[in-house]
Ligand binder design. Structure first.
Ligand SMILES: [Zn+2]
Length: 661
């Protein structure tokens, strides 16, 4: 708390948000990220209760300070049952009640633990596996309802690989010592959770063995980004007959009122592999596997012992966090995930007025015009493909700030019984909400993340960019205090330009303006795109953030194209602006310097080694430092702004620069 208050105060009292972060002892031509952020890092070490520290955390903490007041107020009042205030107040009271959590122990999970105890056969285990899906626990595989990749106006049922508890398949399979060590800790964690919940710790090796076998038949992260190879429309009867004779798909899905003729199977070989594994695994191991997955999922909301076990492995071992967050922050984090859109209403009312909505909507339109001009100028693309690209760009939908229509939580009951019961209820509600969409018309107005989330996304199925209000926040600055170069670099290049470019990255370019996976490129143009993208894969494959651990250039390609494209768009748009043309310095920085430092500000972030490792193995985004140094080192405007000379690390030979958008 104190460290946080100081951090925010430093930003507030600083003469300039960009200038004050700079480390003047570093040459920007050697390591721009360190130059731009080193001063801030020195004054703001990662707090012990965090696995990383940067702008996203500051935005979150400002949000939490406001939500704390909202929650306390709701908790002390009396509100009609089912109202937003009742839900917020009761969620808060239950989440903060440590004595209650001790008193109820594992009782909230009792109905499911009883089912698990009754597992005697493989068939029983599968049946319980389906029951757990309703709680958001996803043993064995994933079942989801979302837009069909090839028919964006249809909500299809998708079956995909899953069933792993650790962050990615490499955590099970990589022979590097750091992963072997983590597996040792994982085994202890599994044993601890089993013992806590009435099972036997000696079953832990069987659980790890089963998950390791699942990891072996799972695809790698970069393979999952190939839409076509992860789309197999199959009759459900065929899935049942050919892939998984032992899984009663038809019967189990019918209990959720799902009677699809066809389903989209992401990875058929995973499901046939699972069939083999199920036959080879003793039911006792499957029983332990289910018990572990259920209890592990809800451990952070149970008693002290469960919390501590979960913290030790998930936060300390996997993320390098030294101590738990205070309870009130964990309560708010859970609340944002459970009923985030309720909390979002008051957030935008207070912090995203119509003027902000207009400012960012206008900025998006400026970027759209810029993108159109860039497409016209592309030397490598044929007029036929350009015409299609223009149409896709012109019809790209923008969602700015917050949804037009708020999610309806009226079927969700939140009470004061216990933290865990509320989290179970929220998971069940969320599952039913998703499943209920099957067979219904697509709701294209929906948002996948809340307005208070420091993130944004492009959804290819809707050809839309979704920009939550919080994405544009700069801690310590009011929206009206953000100068134009900072605005174009930060909100413009790193958010708006980035998301727009996703519509045309290696994955997004394969979807048409209607959101359907359909090839609208000529063969020659597609080959041109791929050759250029290959340069970027090579560039990022070459980065080694930790000894022996490289960035995965193929897995991060879409994000890297979006970062680079966002900067190119941002530069073009910025060059049309008043402040660029006037060329006046602000806080000793030229407009162009502020633009690049503004871009960097979005990635102001340090991570523990464990958290960095986790990202490198499971995230399609490169770590912050390379999201800055990678694209900037391809940009002549950047060299000029900071005097970067040929031969310096931040300078790359023209033949190596991926000239895409
Ligand atoms: Zn992205």
């Amino acid at each position: 708390m104190i460290a946080l208050a100081i951090a925010v105060a430093l930003l507030r009292s600083a003469p300039d948000v960009l200038q004050s972060h700079i480390d003047t002892s570093v040459d920007p031509g050697v390591d721009f990220f360190q130059y731009a952020n080193g001063g801030w890092f020195r004054k703001n070490p990662i707090p012990p209760a965090e696995s990383g520290w940067g702008i996203g955390n500051l935005v979150r903490d400002e949000l939490y300070a406001r939500q704390l007041a909202v929650n306390k107020k709701a908790a002390s009042g009396r509100f009609p049952e089912g109202s937003d205030d009742q839900k917020i107040g009761d969620f808060w009271v239950a989440a903060m009640d440590e004595a209650k959590a001790e008193q109820v122990g594992l009782k909230p999970l009792a109905p499911w633990l009883t089912k698990i105890d009754g597992v005697a056969t493989t068939r029983d285990a599968i049946s319980v596996g389906f029951a757990l899906q309703e709680l958001g626990v996803r043993p064995f595989f994933n079942v989801d309802v979302y837009q069909d990749e090839k028919r964006s106006d249809v909500m299809s049922l998708h079956l995909s690989q899953g069933g792993l508890e650790m962050p990615g398949r490499d955590y099970y399979l990589d022979s590097e010592p750091r992963f072997a060590t983590i597996r040792g800790e994982y085994l202890k964690y599994i044993a601890g959770i089993l013992e806590l919940s009435g099972g036997s710790g000696s079953d832990a090796p069987g659980v790890l063995k089963f998950e390791t076998a699942l990891a072996t038949v799972s695809r790698k992260i970069e393979e999952l980004r190939d839409t076509d190879r992860n789309y197999h429309m199959m009759p459900l009867a065929e899935v049942q007959a050919k892939l998984d004779p032992s899984i009663p798909w038809v019967e189990a899905l019918a209990t959720w009122n799902l009677r699809p003729k066809e389903v989209v199977v992401g990875q058929p070989e995973f499901f046939s592999g699972l069939e083999t594994l199920l036959a080879a695994t003793p039911p006792a191991d499957l029983r332990a596997y289910l018990r572990f997955h259920l209890v592990s999922q809800f451990a952070p909301y149970l008693n002290k012992r469960a919390e501590a076990l979960s913290f030790d492995f998930n936060n300390r071992t996997l993320s390098g966090q030294k101590e738990p967050q205070p309870r009130w922050k964990r309560a708010l984090e859970a609340e944002n995930s459970a009923i985030g859109f309720i909390l979002g209403k008051s957030f935008v009312k207070e912090y995203f007025p119509p003027a902000s909505k207009k400012r960012y909507s206008d900025l998006i339109e400026a970027f759209r015009r810029t993108y159109a001009k860039r497409i016209d100028r592309l030397a490598w693309m044929s007029p036929a493909t350009k015409a299609k690209a223009h149409h896709k760009l012109a019809t790209m939908v923008k969602k700015v700030g917050y949804p037009d229509r708020w999610k309806d939580y009226s079927a969700l009951k939140i009470g004061r019984s216990s933290f865990c019961e509320n989290m179970i209820a929220a998971s069940q509600w969320s599952f039913r909400d998703e499943i209920s969409k099957f067979g219904k018309p697509v709701d294209r107005k929906e948002w996948d993340i809340t307005p208070q989330t420091f993130n944004a996304y492009y959804n290819p199925s809707n050809n839309e960019i979704v920009m939550p209000a919080a994405a544009f926040a700069i801690p310590g600055l009011k929206d009206s205090e953000i100068d134009e170069p900072l605005l174009y670099g930060n909100a413009g290049a790193s958010w708006i330009g980035h998301e727009m470019t996703h519509g045309f990255d290696d994955q997004g370019r394969q979807f048409d303006f209607r959101g359907n996976f359909a090839d609208w490129w000529t063969k020659e143009d597609a080959a041109q795109f791929e050759n250029r993208a290959a340069l970027m894969v090579k560039q990022f494959d070459g980065y080694e953030p930790l000894p022996g651990l490289h960035i995965n250039g193929q897995a991060t390609l879409g994000e890297n194209i979006a970062d680079y494209g966002g900067l190119l768009l941002g530069l073009d748009a910025f060059k049309e602006s008043k402040s660029y043309k006037e060329g006046k310095k602000i806080a000793g920085l030229t407009p162009m310097q502020r633009f690049f430092l503004g871009y960097d500000l979005s990635w102001l972030r340090e991570q523990t080694e464990q958290s960095l490792t986790r990202g490198l193995k499971s995230d399609v985004h490169a770590p912050a430092k390379w999201r800055v140094n990678g694209p900037l080192s391809n940009l002549p405007d950047f060299y000029e702004a900071f005097g970067v000379k040929p031969g310096q690390p931040m300078w790359r030979d023209p033949s190596l620069r991926p000239d895409i958008w």
